[in-house]
Design a protein around this ligand. Sequence first.
Ligand code: PMP
Length: 428
Amino acid sequence: LLARQERWESSARAYPRRLPIAIAEAAGSFVRDLDGNVFIDFLTGAGVLSLGHNHPELVRAVTDQLGRLTHGLDFPTPAKDAFSEAQLSMLPPGLRDRMKVHFCGPTGANAVEAAVKLCKTATGRGDVLAFQGSFHGSTHAAMALTGSVAQKRPVANGLPGVHFFPYSYCGRCPLDLVRDTCTTNCVSYLERSLRDGNAGIASPAAVILELVQGEGGVVPARGDFVRRVRALTSELGIPLIVDEVQTGCGRTGTWFAFEQYDIEPDVIVASKALSGIGSPVSLILYHQRLDTWAPGAHSGTFRGNQLAFAAGTVAVGIVRRDRILDNVRQRGEQIADLLAGLREHPWVREVRGRGLMWGVELADPADGRPAGALAARVQARALRNGLIVELGGREDCVVRILPPLNVTAEVVETACAILIAAVEQSSP
Ligand code: PMP
């Protein structure tokens, strides 16, 4: 199958290049390839399969919905009503009554585009501020807001009015020339640029922020950074968009990551794990004061995936009933403990994570350069030993894991042992 795909599929295919397996079937935290090899799947469909593969209750929700109604455009339907109610019910109580929902196309990028467009409509302004190292999607505007040059180099992608600022990536940001001595130069720089009429930035329509950069290499934002960005944007009347496409739906231990920062965003972007089973859906939740779109101002065909709505409503129920967020926090602490020893390894620069989103950053001890080639070897060796992991960050030097949120302690233990061995055996 890999050879057949090589013949007919676009050269843009990504995952099978580094993870050369053809998947036959999957259940829970495991996938089986065509040769019968079983792997622990800590990629989980790029963070989509939050309750593991083929969760039986989600399968039932989808099959029950099939035959009743599969696609509903933006008409009201019972499945959509229940899903919207479930999503709003997961917001902090103070925010719940003030937010509106807008369903977007099937992917995260669709919702990012919608968020930015809404803020432009609501403010009548055009500039957007984004952060270095960010990833917001592969469509034109979402890519233009993506701070990682490697992601967009081949298309000379850019949009006028997009400005990048340093993210709180301490020790690696251009404003932090002496490692670990800076705390908040990034926000001071942002603040001065916004207040300085000569900085070349008109009052922006929005600031878009990932609370943990995922594709950027699992970089959690510092608390003081996020709170100051929020205070500044509130003071200046700039809507703050949090891109929770990857961090949302429980991934970091709260339903949304912003809850851990004690802030209220103006717009929340969500997608990946909303249905829990990979049935595509994306949405923005936004403060009602931004509700300025005229009817039909942002339409799209695929905004009524009833299968995703049906599964997503059940997924929220399971998260509550099975105390999945507790599991995310406990398994996250377990991973932190298990991987702690790696910090002493000469090629490991940092082990970082929140909840069930972790990264091991590899760097050459001689010169501190990102060790992307080593990360690729670690990924290949982990695969040979039965664990699927992903890469990210600068030159793909961060080995990333996104386990299912209901993963067991036993699976975490086995997977971490494979990962640690892969780092130790692959290093020079
Ligand atoms: N935002 C973030 C934070 C993401 O991680 C991703 C996908 N990795 C996207 C947006 C884009 O989502 P999609 O691939 O579904 O368009």
